[in-house]
Design a protein around this ligand. Structure first.
Ligand code: PLP
Length: 363
């Protein structure tokens, strides 16, 4: 079997061109006589890889100069602790609950300060987003946390909330693990954004943190040194050994994104890809997506068979058609198609064609 269309939620599909380039450079990177994974992180070869990756990412995401880009480890889940360790100063934090990931963030932050619920869509089964005007944010809030794209529930903020317009001066923290680089970011509304790399940027092991400079330097005394944004930032993400190979691959992905026309071009493609899938789901008598139209994720599309007894047949047929990893998250059930940047539109076309055929033969 050749390469399949891979709908995994993460670790997820990579651009094939990037895998090929990494393969060709595996044994000897640019005549250095070494693989990237064998290089000192302090040597000139790796420093050049690192600097290029950072510059390309800053350009792609249009990150303003007063934000630092940190390449860390620990994944999105570690940031659920690292963010409060650095930003809470032991005070109160407000969370908008829109699905499993923001729920996890709330729970973890409670270990480091008072973690409050500003709003929740739980009563709707996390199929909607609470309107920002209804959020209850305390005047003493150290920050407001949202998950920009809920990977499991398939809900996405299509516009970041303007906290200032709500009369709130606290910084906005965004978990953008599963939609980073799929769309532009309005940095004027953001204090800090973080995300694991394995959904849309590269291999697992690298965690991206982009943080406004003035928020750095307030870590709690018991914050581990390797997770103190000030130490990480002052040492160009090399306070300790960074995930060098993951940074290198992410750097290749950034170059690939630039060749594709950058983030605005990716966004247009992602809109077209999601539209194709949602249009089919909405017209189907067998399949359905339950998320409110205005907050449907462009990256993660959960869907259900109205007749759940056909789930196993569907997954087996999909696998035989080279359409992999479509099983939904166990907490939600059903199916999920994750259609990140590296999923070509041909993958969605193949999925829709298979679903159409499946619907016909099972009718
Ligand atoms: C995958 C994911 C995480 C967790 O990432 P880990 O790298 O497993 O810690 C956190 N938040 C969101 C939105 C995710 O999609």
């Amino acid at each position: 079997m050749g390469r399949a269309f891979n709908f995994s939620a993460g670790p997820a599909v990579m651009p094939e061109a990037v895998l090929q380039q990494a393969a060709s450079e595996m044994l000897d990177w640019h005549g250095s006589g070494m693989s990237v994974m064998e290089m000192s992180h302090r040597g000139k070869e790796f420093i050049s890889i690192y600097e290029q990756a950072e510059a390309d990412l800053r350009e792609l995401l249009a990150v303003p100069d007063h934000f630092k880009i940190l390449f860390m480890q620990g994944g999105g889940l570690a940031e659920n602790a690292i963010v409060p360790l650095n930003l809470s100063q032991g005070g109160a934090m407000d969370f908008v609950l829109t699905g499993s990931w923001s729920q996890k963030s709330l729970k973890e932050a409670g270990k480091y300060g008072q973690a409050r619920v500003a709003a929740s869509a739980q009563a709707d089964g996390f199929t909607t987003l609470p309107a920002p005007a209804t959020w209850q944010i305390g005047a003493d809030s150290r920050y407001v946390h949202i998950c920009g794209n809920e990977t499991i529930h398939g809900v996405e903020f299509h516009e970041l909330p303007d906290l200032k317009a709500l009369g709130c001066d606290a910084p906005l923290v965004v978990d953008f693990s599963s939609h980073v680089a799929s769309r532009p970011v309005n940095w004027s509304r953001v204090g800090l954004a973080f995300g694991g790399a394995q959904k849309n940027l590269g291999p697992a092991g690298l965690t991206l943190v982009i943080v406004r400079e003035d928020l750095i330097g307030n870590a709690l005394p018991h914050c581990p040194s390797a997770f103190d944004y000030k130490l990480v930032s002052d040492n160009q993400s090399m306070y300790n050994t960074p995930p060098t190979y993951s940074i290198y691959i992410a750097g290749l992905v950034f170059q690939w994104l630039k060749q594709q026309g950058g983030i605005a071009a990716m966004e247009q493609r992602n809109i077209a890809k999601a539209q194709l899938l949602y249009d089919f789901l909405d017209s189907s008598s067998l399949f359905e997506n339950r998320v409110a139209q205005d907050c449907r994720s462009r990256m993660n599309v959960p869907f259900f068979l109205r007749d759940e007894s056909r789930n196993e047949a569907f997954l087996a047929g999909a696998k035989a058609a080279n359409l992999l990893q479509l099983k939904g998250h166990k907490s939600v059930g059903g199916m999920r198609a994750s259609i990140y940047n590296a999923m070509p539109i041909e993958g969605i076309q193949a999925l829709v064609a298979f679903m159409r055929e499946f619907e016909k033969t099972q009718a």
